[in-house]
Write a protein that binds this ligand. Structure first.
Ligand SMILES: O=C(O)C1=C[C@@H](OP(=O)(O)O)[C@@H](O)[C@H](O)C1
Ligand SMILES: C=C(OP(=O)(O)O)C(=O)O
Length: 441
């Protein structure tokens, strides 16, 4: 990393080897939160030690849980039981992490304590009304800065009320926030979704002993949590993150002669849209050793360089690959023909406006694309991606990693500003990629 926190990626030869991708971010956050609410000692193996997850760990400590990491890298959490968190003495800083802020707001919403929360410049721009509104229906008081942004104050309800809530947008964070508020609420709290978002909260709550029912009705998929269970500590084995694995996967696909093996990647069907899409584009990706670990489907991936072709990615697939559109846009740049991606409205409220950030980055690297309100069209060219751009990442880790992958196969190097943002989800990304044959520095 240079003193201005930029990284450049120069054209590399083929990538070869086996790569251990860090633990899943969504599952790591939840293991810390649920461990803190459980009775007994939860051991977490394979925790992602990225900055987002460390922000959650710090917050759970501030709320009274005992959280420590041993010399073998196993994390141990002694929980306080549902309703047992204590009022923190200071403001909770959730850094860059939307998942930490929104899930924790749910937990705090049904604890009778007052908490102040903030985040970094990126998180302070992101909408919190989507969680503050349903929490208000449950009796929680949330006072946000104008525009329903952080910093904010959560005053948990003394006697929270269960609700039935239909999600206005496809968001696992909003669904999880409400279900977690429902944990310390008498009765049954139900969330209805018309598009199926990731279900790590539901799977892990069951793993900790809560009753979570899922039914399909005319209204949509209804998930109900039965309030005030006793959560019992449980060991969690965190699979490798499919979102992080998408970066070496696309790098191997677009660098001739590459072959990578990625063991133990989470293959939850509500997370694997990127792999389905890349295969439709002609990617040579094989799943070996498919198995279930701690309730989550896992497989070893073998990825070989491939000739890709442009396709239309349907809007319905967006929830299962919502964080992967930036790296898909890079794959699309190296594909023959046009790739059309639809249903991308939620990309505008991530760590950056990812739709604009991707479109601007592609243009800076000579790739023709069209940015619509909620779609992106990329005109690919397998042998003619110019590169050479300097990319503004807006402190967004996925923008940074995506364009470093582009630089590996483009004609000219790509420079990425504020590349330290990568540490939020994939510490040692550059080192790991360089170990496979990349030239990032
Ligand atoms: O629940 C989660 O762990 C996440 C849900 C998604 O956000 P939304 O719920 O806002 O779509 C995703 O983008 C984020 O990286 C992690
Ligand atoms: C959107 C993301 O995370 P979060 O919402 O937790 O900041 C992400 O990791 O791409």
């Amino acid at each position: 990393m240079t003193s201005d926190n930029s990284l450049s990626s120069t054209p590399s030869s083929s990538l070869k080897g086996t790569v251990k991708v860090p633990g899943d971010k969504s599952i790591s956050h939840r293991s810390l939160m649920f461990g803190a609410l459980a009775i007994g000692k939860t051991n977490v193996f394979g925790m992602l030690e990225g900055e987002d997850v460390l922000a959650t760990a710090k917050a759970m400590r501030a709320l009274g849980a005992h959280v420590e990491r041993d010399d073998q890298g196993v994390w141990h959490i002694e929980g306080r039981g549902i309703g047992g968190l204590c009022e923190p003495e200071d403001v909770l800083d959730m850094g860059n992490s939307g998942t930490s802020a929104r899930l924790l707001m749910g937990i705090l919403g049904s604890h009778p304590i007052t908490t102040f929360m903030t985040g970094d410049a990126s998180l302070r721009k992101r909408p919190m009304g989507r969680v503050a509104n349903p929490l208000a229906e449950m009796g929680t008081q949330v006072h946000c800065r104008s525009g329903q942004r952080l910093p904010l104050m959560v005053q948990g309800a003394e006697t929270p009320m269960p609700i039935r809530y239909k999600l206005p947008m496809a968001s696992a964070q909003v669904k999880s926030c409400i279900l977690l508020a429902g944990l310390n609420t008498p009765g049954e709290t139900t969330v209805i979704e018309t598009e199926h978002t990731r279900d790590h909260t539901e799977l892990m709550l069951r793993h900790f002993g809560a009753e979570v029912r899922v039914t399909q009705t005319e209204e949509g998929r209804e998930t109900t949590i039965v309030g005030q269970p006793e959560l019992k500590a449980a060991d969690v084995h965190v699979p490798s993150d499919p979102s992080s694995a998408a970066f070496p996967t696309v790098a191997a696909l677009i660098n001739e002669g590459s072959e990578l093996r990625l063991p133990g990647i989470g293959m939850n069907p509500h997370r694997n849209g990127i792999y389905i899409t890349l295969k439709e584009m002609g990617a040579d990706i094989t799943l070996e050793n498919e198995r279930t670990e701690a309730g989550e489907p896992v497989a070893d991936l073998v990825v070989r360089a491939s000739k890709l072709k442009g396709i239309t990615v349907p809007a319905e697939r967006a929830p299962s690959m919502i964080d992967e559109y930036p790296i898909l846009a890079i794959a699309a740049s190296f594909a023959e023909g046009k790739t059309i991606m639809e249903g991308l409205g939620e990309l505008r409220v991530k760590e950056s406006d990812r739709l604009s950030a991707v479109a601007n980055g592609l243009k800076a690297c000579g790739v023709t694309c069209e940015e619509g309100d909620d779609y992106l069209i990329v005109e690919g060219s397998p042998t003619d991606v110019k590169g050479g751009g300097t990319i503004t990442t807006h402190f967004d880790h996925r923008i940074a990693m995506s364009f470093l992958v582009m630089g590996m196969a483009a004609k000219e190097p790509v420079k990425v500003l504020d590349a330290d943002a990568i540490d939020t989800s994939f510490p040692d990304f550059a080192k790991l990629m360089n170990g496979l044959g990349a030239q990032i520095g």
